[in-house]
Design a protein around this ligand. Structure first.
Ligand SMILES: N[C@@H](CCC(=O)N[C@@H](CS)C(=O)NCC(=O)O)C(=O)O
Length: 236
């Protein structure tokens, strides 16, 4: 049995981490049986200190794999998954680089929009920290917010103004919208693993039950909104 370790549903999506949703959507598209084990405590068990990770129990052995990319590659190779078999080698290479663009660029815009916008902070605080007992609840959230600010600064996105970060995010939304065009999925009429990746980050802006300028910008692309709805209708 495959177990996917997640944070747990927040903001009306399966998980607030796009990397967790990516693996979840992939598992659904690949039609593999799995269970989700939710809770922030999973971070303590995570071999690399990040979610997601999966465990696979086979006979007496338990295999643990971290990182959404490694997980998808492992499952594809070891569970006869043919989701990407209809893509040419060139398309697969492009999909890999597109994935890394979303993981390493648009993701940080999401982090900024969640953690740094003052309007969002009360919602994030409630969604992520309400289970922490007082008095820890009075200072832990602010400490973590400070650490996220430092990470954003170190990675570089945090050195831009809000409007500049919104413009960076919009470059990705616009590029994704052009790439998708009027197709049902990014590479045609059937989904592949890149659709799981694109959905996992787009749903964090489009399908969530909160509203900020970043969400509004993503939602202004009608084909991206329809894409999220299509995946949710078919797989969720
Ligand atoms: N490259 C990793 C990134 C995973 C990642 O950054 N996860 C974040 C949540 S979105 C996390 O677990 N953060 C917790 C922490 O850094 O303490 C993947 O693709 O799975």
């Amino acid at each position: 049995m495959i177990s996917l370790y997640s944070f747990g549903s927040s903001f009306g999506v399966m998980d607030p981490s796009p990397f967790v949703v990516k693996v979840d959507a992939f598992l659904k598209m690949a039609d593999l049986p799995y269970e989700v084990k939710s809770g922030a405590h999973n971070l303590k068990k995570a071999p690399k200190g990040k979610l997601p990770f999966i465990s696979i129990e086979q006979q007496a052995e338990k295999l643990i794999i971290s990182d959404s990319q490694n997980i998808i590659e492992h499952l594809t190779q070891n569970h006869s998954i043919t989701l990407d078999a209809f893509l040419s080698a060139e398309q697969q290479a492009q999909a890999y680089l597109l994935t890394k663009s979303l993981d390493e660029n648009l993701y940080w815009c999401l982090v900024y929009s969640r953690w740094m916008l003052d309007d969002m902070w009360p919602l994030v605080n409630k969604a992520f920290f309400s289970a922490i007992p007082a008095p820890l609840r009075w200072f832990i959230p602010n400490l973590i917010r400070k650490a996220v600010r430092k990470n954003l600064h170190g990675q570089g996105t945090g050195r831009h103004s809000k409007d500049e970060i919104l413009a960076i995010a919009d470059k990705s939304f616009s590029a994704l919208s052009i790439l998708l065009g009027d197709k049902a999925y990014f590479y045609g009429e059937q989904p592949c693993s890149f659709d799981a990746t694109a959905y996992s980050i787009l749903c964090q802006f489009i399908s969530v039950d909160c509203k900020n300028e970043f969400n509004d910008k993503a939602r202004s692309y009608a084909n991206l909104s329809s894409f999220c709805q299509r995946i949710e209708k078919q797989f969720y």
